[in-house]
Design a binder for this molecule. Structure first.
Ligand code: FES
Ligand code: FES
Length: 154
């Protein structure tokens, strides 16, 4: 099937098999390997991207379902190689260790902050419960999101 979509602001046209998952389209066809695959079964959130502004687990979305949509991956949220405020806050608060969950965590947090710019700690924890981290214990991640909501890492 032929699909046309926008990925990180760039128009993309491609012929894809109907069974191709969005995460594999992003990684293997477009080379956007910042989006990770941790489980392939909708459990870990490492594959989280924004689809028309809302976070989705791209291992659960077919590439053909993104036809006509706008996709944003971790590669699309920084400008000129500079970390955006949320990414900088993750760095500041040690919200990552191995980094495998981090792109998905940042994309999920981006979506969360768009929906709720002033979340409580509990709302952050609930909002990110679909994203698993094996390393950090989550506190640094939560602190990073809360600081970003309060005005960004400085
Ligand atoms: S790889 Fe998609 S949720 Fe784990
Ligand atoms: S930083 Fe290693 S899984 Fe989250």
């Amino acid at each position: 099937m032929r699909i046309s979509l926008t990925v990180n602001g760039l128009a993309e046209d491609a012929e894809v098999e109907p069974r191709l998952l969005l995460v594999h389209f992003l990684r293997d066809r477009l080379g956007l390997t910042g989006t990770n695959v941790g489980c392939d079964s909708t459990s870990c959130g490492a594959c989280t991207v924004l689809l028309d502004g809302e976070s989705v687990k791209s291992c659960t979305v077919l590439a053909v379902q993104a036809d006509g949509s706008e996709v944003t991956t971790i590669e699309g949220i920084s400008t000129d190689g500079e970390l955006n405020p949320l990414q900088a806050a993750f760095q500041k608060h040690h919200g990552l260790q191995c980094g495998y969950c981090t792109p998905g965590m940042v994309m999920a947090a981006t979506s969360l902050l768009r929906e709720n710019p002033n979340p409580t700690e509990e709302q952050v924890r609930v909002g990110l419960e679909g994203n698993l981290c094996r390393c950090t214990g989550y506190q640094g991640i939560v602190d990073a999101v809360l600081e970003t909501a309060a005005g960004g890492a400085r």
